[in-house]
Ligand binder design. Sequence first.
Ligand SMILES: [Fe+2]
Ligand SMILES: [Fe+2]
Length: 148
Amino acid sequence: MMVFAFKPNGKPPMGWTDKLLTGIHEIDQQHQVLFDVVARLEQAVTAEEKWSAVHFALVELSSFVSIHFTVEEALMRLHGYPDLDSHIAAHSVFAADLAEIKQHSIRQDVSTEMTTMLKNWLVSHIGVVDKAYVPHLLAAAIVNTPRS
Ligand SMILES: [Fe+2]
Ligand SMILES: [Fe+2]
């Protein structure tokens, strides 16, 4: 299990676009890992793999999401990001939805609508809400810019 290895698996994850890059290396790697895990989940659902494969992908996604949210929230808090509270609230809503789908996967099939909802949330959250903290964090000069 690679829950704590925040390394994307080499090739760009399915559905990833460089428009989602924040320019903060650590965050970008974490976002790409989230996409990798969502791709595994989508594959398990569309291939109608065993419920346990789908459930495991959701457990893995929850673990990554929880670590990633903690890192982001810590960075924002540390550097006095003014929209911290609303960002945390957005994370909480998603984490609750994800927890519900994870529980659902024990009793019933997970639908492609559910995985699409998770993916769409990630795309729009990264593209809009995460991107909003970038100027503040970069100005605080506390994070590494991408390695060349
Ligand atoms: Fe993020
Ligand atoms: Fe976020």
